[in-house]
Design a protein around this ligand. Sequence first.
Ligand code: SAH
Length: 271
Amino acid sequence: MGKVWFVGAGPGAPDLITVRGARLLAEAGAILYTGSLVAETVLQWAGKDCEIADSKSMDLEQVTAWLLERAQRHATVVRLQTGDPTLYGVLAELARPLDAAGIPVGIVSGVSSAMASAAAAGECLTLPEVTQTVIFTRLSDRTRMPEGESLTALAAHGCTLCIFLSIERIAAVVEHLTVAGWARTAPVVVVHKATWPDEELVLRGTLEDIAGRCRDAGVERQALILVSPALGARSRAAGQSSKLYDAAFPRRFRPAREAGSASDERETDAT
Ligand code: SAH
């Protein structure tokens, strides 16, 4: 019986998979990747005789069945996920039946699109004395956000936010941030297809105009929204007081009102 590896493909560029991930792709007898999200160029690391399938049109049960079946025949089976496999995927749901069947499971980290987006934009997610905390989050969809995790509540911290799976509803993101106390002039960076060869797009704006900029650029999928008092730090004079940021960013821990409402979110890493 083989082992099933959940491997992070990284954000897109084929050389941003880890050395361990690439080695497992080369060894694998079978690879199942999320075709809508993983850049196919990453598959260049697969061996010549490897069976490669796209899970785009499979449901959870079909993915599980595929992995279970291939693990009977191959020593190494890879489930290739975009970015890092522990974020916004269905690793737990897929691993459960493998665990139940006694099939060993391994996880290999990947470069998350949050990190890749910051790098593509030339930004830092933390800045001394300005923000030392990063929140990974998203808007709610059919599965509601857990108690206390609404974007308004999280944005009220005034720290860095990496907002996944929400670009389709950028206007609602802006609304949540505004209610949480962020100024209309607060900078926002949207990175579409970070590190994808020839497809990466970095949009810069403010809460006021970012939705329009996304619309004009046709960015409505596979993009990460970065909001942070650390944005633009490189263009500010060294030693500039963090007080300068107060006008644009919310005071920490102020009570926040709820904003916006949930609607469907189509883009997931589920299959
Ligand atoms: N596990 C992935 C996230 C999967 S959820 C990770 O660690 O990055 C899918 C969401 O990730 C998308 O809606 C988008 O918000 C983000 N995303 C994935 N790849 C991206 C990329 N190359 N550039 C920008 N955002 C990306």
